[in-house]
Design a binder for this molecule. Structure first.
Ligand SMILES: O=P(O)(O)OC[C@H]1O[C@H](O[C@H]2O[C@H](CO)[C@@H](O)[C@H](O)[C@H]2O)[C@H](O)[C@@H](O)[C@@H]1O
Ligand SMILES: O=c1ccn([C@@H]2O[C@H](COP(=O)(O)OP(=O)(O)O)[C@@H](O)[C@H]2O)c(=O)[nH]1
Length: 455
């Protein structure tokens, strides 16, 4: 088997036990642990000078090769074009997109730097697996460096419809750059279709089976929904059963029902709308007043990107308003924690809850939805309330309670249904969802993608 080189902007923290909030890192680390290989990416540090050689640290069978970014790189490539244009646009928030030609230039330059590093690292037989929107031009830059290895690209976030994509002035270049990969994978069939729609409408592309011909390039396209290792997550969920934090959470609940939500503090996650839905539940279903608590864990994310500061203020104000309205001497309806937790602790919170509330306005996949189900006790499982705009909806719609996050009352009704659901029904839904999660676990995601890249 040839060696695997994974490239992504974010690389897992090497320090054991350090918490990571972000599904890409969680998924890629689990996948690489089984195959071993090299993981190249940003160290998370800012340096004065552009780096010419990566720092390599080896943990078990993975070589972590990382470089710092200069402040200018960070501003243009990460904060500017990746998270100021691509992220909002791909999540259908074109109102938040702030295009600037200089940022785009910086984005391409950082990709060229990664390609130059790859040229020094890669052997001709290595397979390269590139992850996410930060690195769309990487294959093109690698080809310019003379690398003709097989290169696959997986997009962790949604791919927007052509009319939305076209709001980015460099849309054509971006899609042509994607066509330099040998395989381009998406989370869902809908994302794949949106990409093919753009290529056929705007680049005269032709699709035959899963092969897309654009000019001279023939690339394979397909959907590869990322999964989890459900049985490992279940084990994790039991590991912290005796932790002080879980005891503290339970003591605070005083036998009330628990609704739990975990999301990076991101405008795509629908946090304010979710708080409003909880408020609406208390308003319209008075039997739940004083009987249920919503715990929202929301670690800060990309705080120096405009759009993220606003969501933090909005959420704090919504929590204050709703708690001000309903709090009693012995009950606080919303507990909002603006920090990250270790994964095993999160899974134990999921296990202790009655409802998992996952309601993004748009999301590539949402691993939390899958982890929530995998953490449940089989004899008394909680219920997942899931947005129809999460990538996870494609696989989980038959077992979760599906809601539209743009409809506050419908979300409140979904919550009410989940809180009242009889044990038999909860078990049936849980068993079905566990089957789905096991059938398409993280190993299958990796093996299908790499298998298709190989052939
Ligand atoms: O690296 P950051 O800027 O701190 O952001 C964290 C990660 O967020 C995004 O995660 C996505 O990948 C998940 C796994 O496939 C998926 O479930 C989720 O829907 C996506 O939003 C982002 O795509 C990553 O690049 C970031 O590292
Ligand atoms: O405090 C936190 C919050 C989140 N996560 C993990 O971060 C990932 C988030 O992935 P998801 O796909 O749900 O969303 P993303 O943040 O990647 O958009 C999940 O594995 C969570 O368990 C974590 O370990 N600690």
């Amino acid at each position: 088997m040839s060696r695997l080189i994974v490239v992504s902007n974010r690389v897992a923290p090497i320090t054991e036990g350090k918490s990571t909030a972000g599904g890409l890192v969680v998924g890629v680390l689990d996948a690489l642990r089984e195959t071993g290989g090299i993981w190249l990416g940003w160290s998370g540090d800012i340096s004065g000078e552009p780096s010419t050689a990566p720092v390599t640290e080896t943990v078990d069978n993975i070589d972590f090769c990382t470089i710092p970014l200069t402040q200018r790189d960070y501003d243009r490539y990460y904060r500017g074009f990746s998270n100021g244009v691509l992220w909002p646009t791909f999540h259908y928030r074109i109102d938040l997109s702030q295009y600037n030609g200089e940022d785009y230039k910086g984005y391409v330059e950082v990709n060229q730097r990664f390609a130059a590093l790859l040229a020094t690292l890669a052997q001709p037989t290595d397979r390269l697996w590139v992850h996410d929107y930060h690195l769309i031009p990487l294959a093109q830059a690698c080809r310019e460096q003379g690398l003709d290895n097989r290169i696959g690209f997986f997009l962790h976030i949604p791919f927007p419809s052509p009319s939305v994509l076209r709001t980015i002035p460099r849309h054509r270049e971006l899609v042509l750059a994607l066509c330099q990969y040998d395989l381009v994978g998406f989370q869902t069939q809908g994302d794949t279709q949106a990409f093919v729609d753009y290529a056929t409408r705007h680049l005269d592309g032709v699709l035959e089976g899963d092969i897309l011909q654009v000019g001279e390039r023939r690339i394979r396209v397909g959907s590869y929904p990322i999964g989890i290792h459900p049985d490992q997550v279940k084990t994790l969920s039991k590991q912290s059963a005796r932790s002080k934090q879980l005891d503290a959470l339970k003591a605070g609940l005083q036998h009330r029902k628990l609704i739990v939500s975990v999301d990076r503090l991101d405008y795509s996650k629908g946090l304010v709308q979710r708080f409003d839905a909880f408020d609406c539940l208390l308003e319209t279903a008075p039997q739940h007043r004083g009987k249920v608590t919503l715990v929202q864990i929301a670690p800060p994310s990309r705080q120096d990107v405009q759009g993220y500061r606003q969501i933090r203020r909005q959420l704090e104000s919504a929590a204050g308003r709703i708690n001000g309205k309903w709090t009693e001497l012995s009950w606080t309806p919303i507990r909002y924690m603006n920090r990250s937790y270790e994964r095993s602790l999160l899974m134990s919170f999921f296990r202790a809850s009655q409802v998992g509330l996952v309601t993004p306005m748009r999301d590539g996949m949402n691993l939390v939805a899958k982890e929530y189900i995998a953490s449940q006790p089989a004899d008394d499982p909680g219920v997942l309330v899931l947005s129809e705009f999460a990538g996870a909806a494609a696989e989980m719609q038959d077992g979760a309670i599906m809601v539209n996050p743009f409809d506050t009352k419908a979300m409140a009704d979904g919550l009410d249904l989940a809180l009242r659901m009889p044990l038999q029904q909860r078990k049936k839904r849980y068993e079905h969802l566990m089957e789905v999660l096991r059938a398409n676990d993280l190993s299958r995601w990796r093996d299908r993608f790499l298998g298709d890249l190989e052939s």
